[in-house]
Each structure stands twice: as C-alpha cells, then as structure tokens.
Design a protein around this ligand. Structure first.
Ligand SMILES: [Zn+2]
Length: 244
C-alpha cells in the first residue's frame, strides 16, 4: 500500500469530521489512484474544489497520486489568492445557467426573478438531472453532496444554507452574478422569457383593480402568465435590496 498526505483549505474543512479539520490527513491507498478518488473518499465533492496541487504543482482531478505525495485542496474562494495556477474548470460556462434539484424550488424561483435561466423539475431522478445539466451546460445546484460526486458533473454548487434567501446570496457571490442581474425578464413559474405586451391585448385577463392601476405589462412566452409591476415587483425590489 502507498500513502499520501492531504490538506484541505478554508471551508472545504466543513466536509471533514471535526478531528480531521485544518490538519494534514494521511491516507493509505492502492496505486494507481486518481486524486479525485482520494478527495471524494473523504466526502468532499469535486465541484467544490477550485485548485488541486500535488507537491506544489497544479493538477486535474484525474492526476495519479504516487506514494509519499502531498496534496493541497483549495475551494473556490480561497483560490482567488493562489495566483495563476491551473484551475480545475478551465472552461467557464459561457452563459450562467442553472439546474436546481427538487429541494430548491424557491431558490429556482428567485434566480428566475433575477433573470437567470434556471431549470427546476420537481420529480426528476438524479441521473436524468445530471444528464440534462451537462448536455445544456448548466450549473447543478443541489443540497445533495453525493449528486456532486458523480463524475459527469462538471459545474456544480453545493447549497448548504437552509434559508432560500441565504442560498440565493451564496449563489450570487459564488458565481459572481451581481453584475448580470436582469430583473423582470423571465417567468418565475416556467423559466420562459417575458415580452412586453400591450395592455389592450390582455384587458380581458386583468382584474379591474390591476387594469385601473397599471399600464405596463409583460407576458411569458412559455406559459402566457401576465406580469406587472405590482406585488411581484415589490417582492423583487425587496429581494434585490437583501441580496445585492
Ligand atoms: Zn411562464
């Protein structure tokens, strides 16, 4: 058997049992062994890792670990200070799009409210979710760490917050979304795009009180739902103030 020493930095320690945090961890393994295997043996999903070093050299997840190697594992945040090292995901997704798992319906609604293309299907199995997310180059948002350990998942965020506004704040910070918020462009219910629509064209669908009080309306291309800057807009403003 061979041995390697691993050290996890910053919040990646949260995945480790208390006794193994913030210190060197020696693991026994049978070569040849990819570094991915050692890291995930300890319960750390590969999607949460930004930089991996073996003996100080940047490597990818499939790099082979040799006897006596020293492995340093950095999360997304910490990596910002590490300099021009090879990042694991050196193909940023051109457009930031998401696939939220079944437990994150409210987060999905919020992301849509801010204009981000976010799929959410309440009764989808994990394999199907991963297949669709990868095919459509979407970032997987999930509370399930095992889902992020699936090899096919290239981009993912492990959501550990319970509160949906805190979840939203985390996704905005981690994916650097603050500058690309486009409120009132996407339907909260179905993720369809909204188009401005003339009031005259939808008069019969409005309650009298809405008809009298508002002039600007939008209609979802997907489900036909009508939006106006009433209660939704106030909710949106409140949300923006809270998270940005
Ligand atoms: Zn819709």
């Amino acid at each position: 058997m061979a041995h390697a020493t691993l050290r996890f930095y910053a919040e990646l320690n949260d995945y480790l049992p208390a006794a193994r945090r913030q210190r060197d961890i020696t693991l026994e393994f049978r070569p040849p062994c990819p570094v991915r295997h050692l890291v995930e043996t300890l319960g750390v999903p590969h999607t949460e890792i930004e930089i991996l070093l073996i003996n100080g050299v940047s490597v990818d997840l499939e790099a082979t670990v040799n006897d006596g190697d020293r492995i340093s594992v950095y999360p997304v945040w910490e990596a910002m200070d590490v300099g021009p090292l090879l990042r694991l995901r050196n193909f940023p997704l051109r457009e930031t799009r998401f696939f939220a798992d079944a437990q994150l319906g409210r987060l999905a609604h919020y992301l849509r409210l801010l204009g981000f293309d976010t799929l959410f299907v309440s009764d989808i199995d994990d394999a199907d979710l991963v297949r669709q997310a990868v095919a459509q180059r979407r970032i997987v948002l999930t509370r399930d760490r095992d889902l992020l350990m699936r090899r096919a998942v290239t981009h993912g965020c492990h959501i550990r917050q319970d509160d949906s506004v805190a979840q939203l704040r985390y996704v905005i910070a981690r994916c650097d979304l603050a500058g690309s918020v486009h409120p009132f462009t996407r339907c909260m219910e179905c993720n369809g795009l909204l188009d401005p629509v003339r009031k005259a064209a939808i008069l019969d669908r409005l309650e009298p009180i809405t008809r009298d009080a508002f002039y600007d309306f939008w209609r979802c291309r997907g489900c036909g739902r009508i939006y106006w800057k009433g209660s939704h807009f106030e909710k949106l403003q409140g949300l923006l103030d809270t998270v940005l």
